[in-house]
Design a protein around this ligand. Sequence first.
Ligand SMILES: [Zn+2]
Length: 400
Amino acid sequence: MNNLREIGVSLIFVLCIGQAQASVISNNTSYNKVIKTQTALPRETSMPKYLESINQQCMDYIQGNISWLAAPASNKTWATVNLRKLCAGATDSYVPGKCFKYVLHGQKKWDKQKKHKLDWRDGLALCAGARQFSRIEKCFKTKISIGKSVRESALGCNQKYFDKKDAIVRANTGSVSQNFCSYPSAQALMRSCPSQAQIQKIRSDFNISFDNDLVNNNVLTSWNCTEGGDESSIMLTMYNTYRLAQCIPFDRDFRWASGHDNLYDWLKSVNIRNVNYFWADSDTDYSHANGTRRVIALRGNNLGSEIYRSVINPRSGVGAIHALILLVHEAAHISQNKSHNCDSTKDSSLFYMGAWGVQYYLNKMLAYSTGDYFSEYEKRNFASEAQRVRDIRICDTNNN
Ligand SMILES: [Zn+2]
């Protein structure tokens, strides 16, 4: 369980990293090397296989299972034309049905009053092609609470509304957070591959380099990726780290950085001068950061492992999300320029908001503030990881 140790026990803030930097190959060199190996990347336009049958699965899930009549909820036989409308554009088999059920049959959840009239048309207006359920749900509930009618709320909070809103934000700010994130879940994102545009964006936003020793030890080799495939490599893990950062939809600002609710944008704002992946010769060559020089060094030895093609590999309990958590931990050292101030490997308190505090809150938010982007298994894992960090990495557990 080397990787677990890498994530948990061995994150140490080292002030001097001269040695790790010594054998960095220039960013340009490694970048050219990488681009040459990417001919096997699929075109972005090809529809991932797992999406092909989603439309049918979406309809199968609703037909015979969810009543289109609000009350009594007794008619589960749908007209095909309405079913088609509800599922068109879905990227997750269950989201449109789940959304419809929420509006028509989960009336307590959005605080339905007597004055609210609704029927299946309202469910259709809100839920047709729904992809981002947590966003739709939050918007609908808010509109109802400020006195809008069901129909107004439905039309003001559907997927079309959010897609339009995102397009405007993109046009005005050039923000990347939505561009590459059409996947309904972290698992779906991990089954897909980075597009060439995304790769170029990541490499231009961050100065990423690789030690020659990774090549010498056969860790950094040519790589490829197919949609739904199981290839793994240090390069794919690295790109997926940043892709997860771009796409995890937090529903509130970070506790450690108000005004930020997107990890990629926050990482950019930290102004990291270099993220270098190195080959560790010994177990005690830990990943580390230098807050003064604003550089991060990440252990690359195991990052090519197949476990990193999953969000969390159930057999090892480790996956790509941990590469991101580690990156955030090290970036936190730089953003706050704080070292571990208790026994040299721990933080004094959560209030201190050092890298362990950030890691604690990140895990909490992954578990409780990301809607249904992560699976229940993944969320349980984040919740217990948060507790573990608090238990063993924070000296004063009474001090919040
Ligand atoms: Zn640390």
